[in-house]
Design a protein around this ligand. Structure first.
Ligand code: FE2
Length: 341
C-alpha cells in the first residue's frame, strides 16, 4: 500500500511517499517505509510569517516538491493508493494549499483522500518508528506545546500552553536578544556556556503552562546583559532552563497520572539537546523510557501525515471532497482514534 502524504500547516510544504504492508498484516508487524520525505520551508530575515507570502511560497513549490517526492521514491503517480493531507490545526493560508493540492490529485487519480490531524501525526510517527507501545507525546514546536496520550479512543491533551508555543517563545526571546531566525540552535550553543541560574518566573497552572511572563522577564534582563551586569550565556541558560523545566514537570505529572512509562518527543523543539537531556534525566529517575525519533520526523514533515493516513485508511476512515475543508483550529482531542484498540 502506497500513500502520498502532504504537509502544509505552517512554514513547511512537504510531500512524502510511505510504503506499508498494513493492508496485509497487523499494526505491530506492519512496515512503515519512508521512501521519500521532501520539503521546502518558508523563511524570512525579519518579521515572522506573512500569511499571504506563505501561501504564495507553498503554491510556488507544491508541484516541484510532490514531483521530487515521487522521483526520490521511484514511484509513479498511478501507483499511489491513497492521498493524505494535513487538515489542521495550522495557518489557514498554508493549510489551504495542501488541501487544494490533495483534492486535485485525488480527483485526478481517483484515489481516496484522508484528512489528518497534524498533532496526532507527530505522535503516530514517533510511536511507530520508535516501536513505543503506548507513549505520551511531548509535542514541543513553534506554535504547539502539548502533552498528549491515548485514553479511551481519543488522544487526550493532558497539558498545554495557555499562550504561545515554546518554539515561538524561544524565537521571540532570540529575536529580542538580536539573534537570527530560527534562534533555537544558537540558543542551545549559548545554553551550554551558561554557569549561573538567574531567577525568572516559573508558570505552571495545574497541568498547563504559560510562557509570556517568562518572555517579558527574560527580555527585561537583556538590559542587564547590555550593562554587563549579567552574562548573556547565563540569561540564555536560565531562560531555557525555566521553560524546559516547566515542560518536564508537566510531562512527569502526566506519566504519574496515566501510569504510562514511555515518552516520545515531537516538534522542532524536541530536537533541542538541552530539552532531551532534561526529559531523559526525569525519565531515568522514574524508570520510564524516552524515545527520540529522527530529527526529520520531529520537525514538520509529510512522512508523519502519510503514515497516519495509512493507519486511518486501514481503519476505513475516508474524507470526502465535501468533508475536506481545512480546519485551522482543529483540536487533538476532536479526533476519534478508530485505528487503535
Ligand atoms: Fe508540528
Amino acid at each position: 500500500m502506497i500513500c502520498l502524504g502532504i504537509e502544509s500547516t505552517a512554514h513547511t510544504f512537504g510531500a512524502s511517499i510511505i510504503e506499508s504492508d498494513l493492508d496485509k498484516t497487523n499494526y505491530e508487524k506492519a512496515t512503515c517505509k519512508i521512501l521519500s520525505n521532501e520539503k521546502k520551508t518558508y523563511t524570512t530575515t525579519s518579521g515572522g510569517m506573512i500569511p499571504r507570502e506563505l501561501s504564495e511560497h507553498h503554491y510556488k513549490h507544491a508541484t516541484q516538491i510532490i514531483g521530487q517526492s515521487l522521483d526520490v521514491a521511484k514511484i509513479n503517480l498511478k501507483e499511489i493508493d491513497l492521498i493524505a493531507f494535513s487538515q489542521g490545526p495550522g495557518i489557514g493560508n498554508a493549510l489551504r494549499v495542501g488541501a487544494n493540492t490533495a483534492r486535485q490529485l485525488s480527483i485526478k487519480t481517483n484515489k481516496p483522500l484522508i484528512g489528518v490531524n497534524h498533532c496526532v501525526a507527530h505522535l503516530e510517527i514517533g510511536r511507530k518508528l520508535c516501536a513505543a507501545k503506548d507513549p505520551i507525546l511531548l509535542y514541543a514546536s513553534g506554535a504547539n506545546t502539548q502533552i498528549i496520550c491515548y485514553e479511551n479512543s481519543y488522544y487526550r491533551v493532558f497539558g498545554e500552553t495557555l499562550d504561545t508555543g515554546i518554539g515561538n517563545f524561544l524565537d521571540s526571546f532570540g529575536r529580542n536578544l538580536g539573534l537570527g531566525f530560527p534562534a533555537g540552535p544558537i540558543l542551545s550553543e549559548l545554553y551550554y556556556e551558561g554557569k549561573e541560574l538567574i531567577e525568572l518566573p516559573y508558570t505552571v497552572k495545574g497541568m498547563d503552562l504559560a510562557f509570556s511572563g517568562l518572555l517579558t522577564a527574560a527580555t527585561r534582563k537583556i538590559k542587564e546583559v547590555e550593562r554587563r551586569k549579567i552574562r548573556k550565556e547565563d540569561l540564555v541558560y536560565s531562560t531555557m532552563h525555566y521553560a524546559f523545566a516547566m515542560l518536564t514537570e508537566v510531562t512527569e505529572r502526566a506519566l504519574a497520572h496515566t501510569e504510562k512509562n514511555e515518552i516520545v518527543l515531537g516538534g522542532g523543539v524536541g530536537c533541542s539537546k538541552p530539552l532531551q537531556q532534561m526529559v531523559e534525566s526525569m525519565c531515568k529517575d522514574r524508570g520510564a523510557k524516552l524515545f527520540i525519533p529522527p530529527n526529520q520526523v520531529m520537525v514538520d514533515n509529510a512522512a508523519m501525515i502519510g503514515w497516519t493516513g495509512t493507519l486511518m485508511y486501514k481503519a476505513k476512515v475516508k474524507t470526502s471532497i465535501n468533508q475536506s475543508m481545512i480546519l485551522p483550529k482543529q483540536r487533538t482531542d476532536d479526533i476519534k482514534v478508530t485505528w487503535r484498540k
